[in-house]
Ligand binder design. Structure first.
Ligand code: GLY
Length: 349
């Protein structure tokens, strides 16, 4: 069954319809401590949630663990959930990923709805059925592909976000622009993300999520073109892991933005990606996301971290690169020297 993604006009009516379509015997709402305080009050008065049982988990990515997952399973079991019950995930990517996995595995799978509340979750995590938890220090190591019945994107929740979280989600939108076309990319690079007009941002969100939906519909299980959505993430995840390991965690989207610069440099040297676009994106990332500080003594560590990427096969790092904006080249291999040169470019520009 194809996932329904709704750009919300009336959250109450859309959520009511999503619940009625399943007609669950019991309804559960998963929040984290942040969305319990900031977002639950928006939906709490809805009649469709009158009898819902609340489940709340901690709000940091460190909570995306087997222990938290077990707590959600326990709450579902103690709340009398059956295979005909439904879970509504109200939160950012941590809640939609972990809640989606809990729903996908409880009694071999119950229906779930995502109401993403962060920009990152709206344009990426909540759409496309990737669910999971972190395990043994590795992000999203355990999980399944299983789409929410319905995803309702209500950009009013963006008003609950701080600047850093808006910028973090915006990096995934820039990635979507890069794999889409020049017009989409340039519109994103011109948008005033420093003082964002949230109505204008909402229109960009709708476009961005449509790009993701198109790709997921073509390749839901990431056998091929869905790897386009990993642009920037091979290096980005390595930056994110290094930052975490050195006690200075960074938001996912910041690491992706920095990773995009490195991977566009590789795209330019390996696949002919135009240098003008490389420089425009480099400038935008520098202005918006600042600089990730590391030195050449950490290159080997970063390279080792890249070897854990889920896209890799037969011990080789597989990049998603671009021949031009919108010209996606998956499964690209490079040499270690090429990667080090891209890291040099990042540090020098
Ligand atoms: N976050 C990338 C994907 O959903 O494939």
């Amino acid at each position: 069954m194809a996932q329904e993604v709704i750009i919300s006009r009336n959250l109450q009516a859309e959520l009511t319809a999503a619940i009625e379509a399943v007609s669950p015997d019991r309804l559960f709402v998963l929040t984290d401590t942040t969305t319990l305080a900031l977002c639950w009050p928006v939906v709490q008065p809805f009649a469709c949630l009158r009898d819902a049982t609340m489940i709340t988990i901690n709000s940091t990515d460190e909570a995306k663990t087997l222990t938290t997952l077990a707590n959600v399973w326990t709450a579902l079991g103690e709340g009398g959930a059956t295979r005909h019950s439904m879970l509504v995930n109200l939160g950012g990517g941590m809640v939609t990923d972990l809640g989606g996995f809990a729903a996908s595995t409880f009694k071999r799978g119950i229906a779930y709805v995502n109401i993403p509340t962060t920009l990152l979750a709206m344009v990426d995590a909540s759409v496309g059925g990737k669910t999971g938890i972190n395990f043994r220090g590795l992000k999203n190591e355990i999980g399944v592909f299983n789409e929410a019945r319905t995803v309702i994107l209500d950009t009013h929740f963006l008003r609950t976000l701080d600047t850093q979280n808006i910028r973090s989600g915006y990096a995934e939108m820039v990635k979507h622009g890069l794999i889409s076309d020049d017009a989409d990319l340039m519109e994103l690079l011109r948008f005033d993300i420093h003082q964002p007009d949230l109505d204008a941002l909402s229109a960009l969100v709708a476009k961005s999520v449509a790009i993701k939906e198109r790709i997921v519909a073509e390749d839901p299980y990431e056998k091929g073109i869905r790897k386009a959505l990993n642009l920037g993430h091979t290096v980005g995840h390595a930056f994110e892991s290094l930052a975490l390991a050195t006690g200075h965690p960074v938001l996912h989207g910041y690491a992706v933005a920095w990773g995009l610069v490195c991977e566009l440099y590789l795209s330019a040297t390996r696949c002919g990606f135009p240098s003008e676009r490389l420089h425009q994106v480099t400038h935008f990332v520098r202005e918006t996301y600042g600089t990730f500080n590391f030195d050449c003594k950490q290159y080997d560590r970063l390279y080792e971290l890249m070897t854990h990427d889920k896209k890799n096969s037969a011990g080789r790092i597989n990049f998603t690169l671009l021949g031009a904006v919108g010209d996606v080249r998956i499964n690209q291999q490079t040499t270690k020297d090429d990667i080090f040169e891209a890291l040099d470019y990042y540090r020098e520009n």
